[in-house]
Design a protein around this ligand. Structure first.
Ligand code: ATP
Length: 512
């Protein structure tokens, strides 16, 4: 794998509309409606190389699920998680071939959406004519007239949505395939792949497709080319136009090229290869270690699996001892079993196990929650030291804002599966925009007299199977109005890098 060359401030991971729904068992065979626990819903998140991103929220809000879905420990229901620590060119060619194979699906879907939007437009045009006729006739507009006007609005909306979806599909296709193009060792196919695939990023494909103007000038050439790429069978229609040969257009596509790896697309084998770089430290230091293995075996197991050192070698032992020492574990502990250690020491073993793999990104899932307060700070200090030494990036999950406060560069607040606020730590503390964040903050014990009173949230956390309509927080929110029950608040950037999903965020500061 090529060495990662990301500098600070560049994203290491970008999550787009990540969703995880867990299906619940049906009550009976005849029960047709499958119901789901909506654990994580449409989360957009960038994790910046070198940062500690703190993720908070009450128990059950989906923090752990989000951490696991990012790492692909749970397959996501939909959405993407793109990792920039390795380049797509470093992946096995299978990944590339698979991506090419998916292209026609994007195109098909886009064409369907576009056709629907054309239908809506046709109906809209004829309705508008009828409306015009009514207006010109100087007759009193009746109920029908109003109905028609409403329908026109609805049609315009539907048509717009379908067009948007068509473009989204094409963009998605071009991003993934665009990313395949610059592989140097397949240079001979590079140009043609570029020509053949870039088109999926442009509306001209569907327009020309619908009008029957597909050019098959290059299709034979491209087909045989695809066949060369590991047995890919080739596609019947690949649209090529003059536009694709335009260097300016190619440069534009190159700029939009996705250089990262969409983890959600990898198969198990491909993910296994990347797993070393993406690690997790679990909450419970008691159950997360195999009680039948010695500390040395626990730390060394995955190191051997990933081929970093040979099993039983002197080098492996030296490496394990070095890692243990970094994590504050003495060498004599090498042959001992987990039950012979305290909670804090066990958590150090868990940390050593993850860090021995030289990861780049580590999810710390309630990594200190099970420990005594005095031990908590030792472990947090250790994690922070290791982060500097090893150039790590953390997603630090905790239900406790006071734990996250001092260590996070940025903080995300989750409620019932959604990210409701996200911003730089200092800003979240000084100027929380979401009423939920404000309530969580007010619950942190403090000696500071002026900090204000504790905001007590009414009621229990609602079900995430049938969450409240509109804003999911509204049933407990002191600021809620009728609008909150009807309209889902948009997740918006209010200050640079500070996002919130609340209709009334401006009133949060006056909340008592
Ligand atoms: N494997 C699973 N199958 C079904 N439902 C699940 C599964 N894992 C989590 N859930 C549900 O998804 C929701 C979110 O759980 P999650 O563990 O992610 O929350 P959390 O914020 O990390 O809370 P906690 O700190 O208590 O673990 C919960 O309602 C939980 O019951």
């Amino acid at each position: 794998m090529a060495k990662n060359s990301l500098s600070k401030q560049e994203p290491l991971l970008i999550m787009n509309k990540l969703k995880k729904f867990f299906p619940l068992k049906r009550n009976s065979f005849f029960d047709k409606n499958q119901i789901y626990v909506r654990a994580v819903e449409d989360v957009n998140l960038r994790i910046i190389k070198g940062e500690t991103f703190g993720l908070v929220g009450e128990s059950g809000c989906g923090k752990s699920t989000l951490g696991r879905v990012i790492l692909q420990l749970y397959p996501p229901t939909s959405g993407s998680a793109v990792y920039y620590g390795s380049r797509v060119e470093d992946m096995d060619l299978n990944y590339i071939v698979k991506e090419i194979e998916k292209l026609p699906k994007y195109q098909e879907h886009a064409i369907k959406c576009y056709q629907k939007s054309v239908k809506y437009d046709e109906e809209l045009v004829s309705l508008k004519k009828e409306i015009d006729a009514i207006e010109k006739s100087k007759e009193m507009p009746d109920k029908n007239y109003e109905k028609k006007q409403k329908r026109v609005e609805k049609l315009a909306y539907l048509s717009r949505e379908q067009k948007k979806e068509a473009s989204r599909q094409l963009r998605e296709g071009s991003r993934t395939v665009g990313s395949l193009i610059l592989e140097e060792n397949i240079e001979q196919i590079r140009d043609l792949l570029l020509k053949a695939t870039v088109l999926f990023g442009h509306n001209s494909v569907i327009f020309s497709g619908l009008e029957g103007k597909y050019s098959d000038k290059y299709s034979e050439e491209v087909k045989s080319l695809f066949e060369k790429v590991r047995g890919f069978k080739g596609q019947k229609t690949l649209a090529i136009t003059e536009r694709t040969l335009d260097p300016k257009y190619q440069a534009k596509l190159e700029k939009n090229r996705e250089t990262g790896i969409n983890l959600t697309r990898l198969d198990d084998e491909e993910m296994r290869n990347l797993r070393r770089k993406l690690q997790i430290i679990f909450q419970d230091p008691y159950s997360s270690l195999d009680s039948r293995m010695t500390v040395g075996q626990i730390i060394g197991e995955a190191v051997v699996e990933h081929g970093m050192y040979k099993k039983g070698s002197k080098e492996l032992e030296t490496y394990i001892l070095e890692t243990m020492s970094k994590c504050g574990l003495d060498g004599y502990m090498l042959h001992r079993f987990p039950h012979q250690f305290s909670g804090g020491q066990r958590q150090r073993i868990g940390i050593a196990r993850a860090l021995a793999l030289k990861p780049e990104f580590v999810v710390c899932d309630e990594a200190v929650s099970a420990l005594d307060v005095s031990i908590q700070s030792q472990i947090i200090n250790l994690l922070m030291e290791l982060k500097e030494q090893e150039d790590l990036t953390y997603l630090f999950i905790s239900h406790d804002l006071s734990v996250i406060k001092h260590i996070s560069d940025r903080i995300g607040v989750m409620y019932l599966g959604n990210m409701v606020e996200l911003g730089p730590s200092a800003e979240i503390y000084a100027d929380p925009l979401h009423p939920y964040t404000k309530a969580l903050l007010s619950a942190i014990p403090t000696t500071d007299e002026i900090k204000g009173t504790r905001i007590i949230l009414e009621g229990d956390i609602p079900s995430n199977i049938f969450p409240p309509s509109g804003c999911k927080f509204r049933t407990r929110c002191p600021l809620a109005t009728d609008k909150c029950a009807k309209v889902v608040p948009e997740y918006r950037e209010i200050n640079p890098g500070h996002f919130v999903a609340c209709h009334y965020y401006e009133k949060t500061k006056d909340m008592k």
